[in-house]
Design a protein around this ligand. Structure first.
Ligand code: ZN
Length: 213
């Protein structure tokens, strides 16, 4: 095994897209239990596997994603939940009684997935509420964030989110964002900058929309 900071200097790590590195790093460094990485932009899957193996992370490949965690038991649980969700969805809309059960499965899935990905419980619950109302939670968040931005009340730490915060004042989200920012800036500045630009891009788009309508 290569030591902690050495992995981030290898050609294998460098070959991964910066955004995928941003997703992986906080899991490698123990800030969050697990992560889901898209392999669509990964030029060589063996490089990704090399990095995960070097850090002793277990992983599961599924279509165009890799789910990884150091906690094998939790990883297995999540994979089973993912399969149950897929099965449940194939029965959706067939029967009212079945739909009620499917809804329960969905809620349980989001709760466990939120915990796996290290999201604050308050935010996971907020996400579930929006989803049940058939609202697109991420869109709702960027609207709130844009309004706060216009009023000068947006905390730039939110540029380092992976999840949908339940409110613009969510302290737990800000703490998580701070940890992610510090971790990325310490080990991989390009990954940190990529995540910031990605979230900023979405926010600025919404701000423009709010100020022109
Ligand atoms: Zn929250």
């Amino acid at each position: 095994m290569v030591n902690m900071s050495d992995l981030y200097q290898t050609k294998e790590w460098g070959s991964l897209p910066a955004m995928e590195r941003a997703y992986l790093l906080p899991t490698i460094e123990g800030i969050r239990e697990g992560c889901i990485v898209s392999t669509k932009q990964v030029p060589n899957i063996h490089s990704l596997e090399y990095c995960l193996n070097q850090k002793g992370l277990k992983y599961h490949k599924k279509e165009s994603i890799v789910i990884a965690s150091a906690n094998e038991e939790f990883l297995e649980k999540i994979i089973k939940e993912l399969e149950s969700m897929n099965i449940a969805h194939s029965f959706k809309g067939l029967d009212k009684k079945a739909d009620k059960i499917i809804k329960e499965i969905e809620i349980g899935y989001h709760k466990n997935m939120g915990e796996f990905l290290g999201y604050p419980k308050c935010c996971t619950n907020g996400f579930i509420k929006s989803t049940l109302k058939r609202k697109y939670a991420s869109n709702e968040w960027f609207k709130k964030a844009a309004k706060a931005c216009i009023k000068g009340k947006y905390d730039p730490l939110f540029d380092y989110i992976f999840h949908v915060p339940h409110s613009i004042d969510c302290k737990k989200s800000l703490r998580l964002c701070k940890d992610i920012k510090e971790c990325l800036e310490c080990y991989d500045k390009k990954a940190a900058e990529n995540l910031r630009i990605f979230n900023r891009g979405h926010l600025e788009k919404k701000v423009r929309k709010c100020t022109t309508t």
